[in-house]
Design a protein around this ligand. Sequence first.
Ligand SMILES: *Cc1c(COP(=O)(O)O)cnc(C)c1O
Length: 332
Amino acid sequence: MDINRFKKRGYVKRPTYIEPLNNLTKLMNKNINLYVKRDDLLESGGNKTRKLDYLIADAIEKGCDTIITCGAVQSNHCRITLSWANLEKMDCHLIIEERVKGSYKEDANGNNFLFHLMGAKSIKMVAGKSDMMAEMEKKAEELRKEGKKPYIVPGGGSNGIGALGYSSCALELMEQLAKESLDIDTIVVPSGSSGTHAGMAVALKALNSKINLVGINVSRTTEEQKDTVFKVAQEHIEVLGLDKNILRRDDLICIEDYVGEGYSLKTEGMKNAVEVFAREESILLDPVYTGKVADGFLDLIKKDYFKEGSNVLFLHTGGSIALYAYQNYFKD
Ligand SMILES: *Cc1c(COP(=O)(O)O)cnc(C)c1O
């Protein structure tokens, strides 16, 4: 798998740490060793930085001067895209989807506050289930008339190019494991817009790795999520020029049990997982993604889903800034 031929901006300056979760390992008391990879500590704070490293390089290569992207009301992706656009001196326009009716508040804290503080050129709110690509195209057309050269970054930065961020993360990880003589059996990842899951899945196959990759859904059912991941994976395989049959849809694991009533909606398991990580490991998660993934991670350990004596790694993808918009989720 030759990834070095793809242009990137160099946002990922060093491998993110892999740390043992010693206190949690003891607390779970299961003869399973727990580890975390700290992608939450990437510059600008989260997994979108890896995807944008390649996407913004593509935008610049195409001569664009303006970025348009979309996300939910507390989108980490929008905030991180805005921060890299600022550093590149590019304008950034956001289309915000109100997935939960009544959830958009112009003066909300967390990521929303930062959209304003960091100077998004425009913020447009649209109703849940809107055609976000069409909304972004409309904005692009407007900007073209003003003489701008807009580049559309899809939701979550998840397409065949954005997924390069996570196939390269898998390469980084394999190198770290070799260096540290660490034999990881399973990696637990979030499965949302799925550039993360798809990029890792394709790379682990291309590397012929035996590591088991478990995706925890944050919004969709298992079948819907498998479709989502598989579609991005196929686009990614095409970008890489790999054999189409390297990954089958049935190779994907997507677990729907920790979504609760829907995207960004509170679950007791999420609340508990966020508290446990904060108190045992001093690691801040978020209510929308990593809190639900950590709920799955801990629950699967309790249910003996992982084999006895195995080493399990949790990929921490960031998002803790959203905590400040969901304080009410943590009050009893
Ligand atoms: C976007 C996001 C995810 C989901 O990653 P995808 O590649 O969209 O599946 C997970 N965690 C956090 C904190 C995110 O912001």
